[in-house]
Design a protein around this ligand. Structure first.
Ligand SMILES: C[S@@+](CC[C@H](N)C(=O)[O-])C[C@H]1O[C@@H](n2cnc3c(N)ncnc32)[C@H](O)[C@@H]1O
Length: 184
């Protein structure tokens, strides 16, 4: 991850989450795969009635997010150090109302991760995906060679069992990213 202040210049998480988190996704627990600095974790937690489980493999990220939650007096975040590729999320089947996978789907086995997201989502659950655009040069992000397009992400989401996959227009709040929203 680049420096946190630099990372924060690339998007407006508040405006993005206004569009990415549907009303029914806010009425329960939410899981965020790969929370990083928590750029989206705290804004998400302020929008949902349940717990936001924020998972990351990097101990440093877990500490940063825990400190931010404490400093911001946001009590509904559970942050955990976990390799969800190797060990899954550890969450119960059908226990979440929404899942967030942001800037992560260039990882090696995207469909396996999307299936894990689907497993933990309950009836009517939804998944939001954000990634760096692959059709333009961007100041950061993984190499263009491994960046998935929106079409590729849609295909993977469908393979994992998501339906009614819609584009989420993020142009005015994150010009370097695209967003998708899928439902069970
Ligand atoms: C590019 S960052 C994106 C962070 C955040 N989602 C955002 O958009 O600001 C990806 C994060 O996923 C985490 N990550 C990558 N692979 C992981 C794994 N197998 N298990 C848990 N976390 C992982 C990394 O440590 C990193 O913090």
């Amino acid at each position: 991850m680049p420096d946190e202040a630099y990372w924060a210049t690339f998007f407006d998480p508040e405006a993005m989450l206004d569009r990415l988190l549907p009303d029914d996704g806010r009425a329960g627990d939410v899981v965020e795969f790969g929370c990083g600095y928590g750029s989206f974790t705290l804004p998400a937690a302020r929008r949902v009635s349940g717990i936001v489980t924020a998972l990351d493999i990097e101990p440093q990220m877990v500490v940063i997010v825990a400190r931010k939650a404490e400093a911001g007096r946001v009590g509904n975040i559970r942050v955990a150090m976990r390799d969800f590729v190797a060990a899954g999320s550890g969450l119960a089947d059908a226990s979440q109302s929404h899942a967030m996978i942001y800037n992560l789907l260039h990882l090696e086995e995207p469909v396996a991760l999307l299936r894990e997201a689907r497993r933990v989502l309950g009836e009517g659950g939804s998944l939001s995906v954000v990634h760096w655009r692959s059709d333009i040069a961007t100041p950061r992000g993984p190499s263009l060679a491994i960046r998935p397009s929106p079409e590729q992400c849609r295909t993977w989401m469908a393979q994992a069992g998501f339906e009614r996959i819609a584009d989420v227009d993020l142009q005015d709040c994150s010009p370097y990213h695209f967003g998708l929203l899928g439902r069970m």
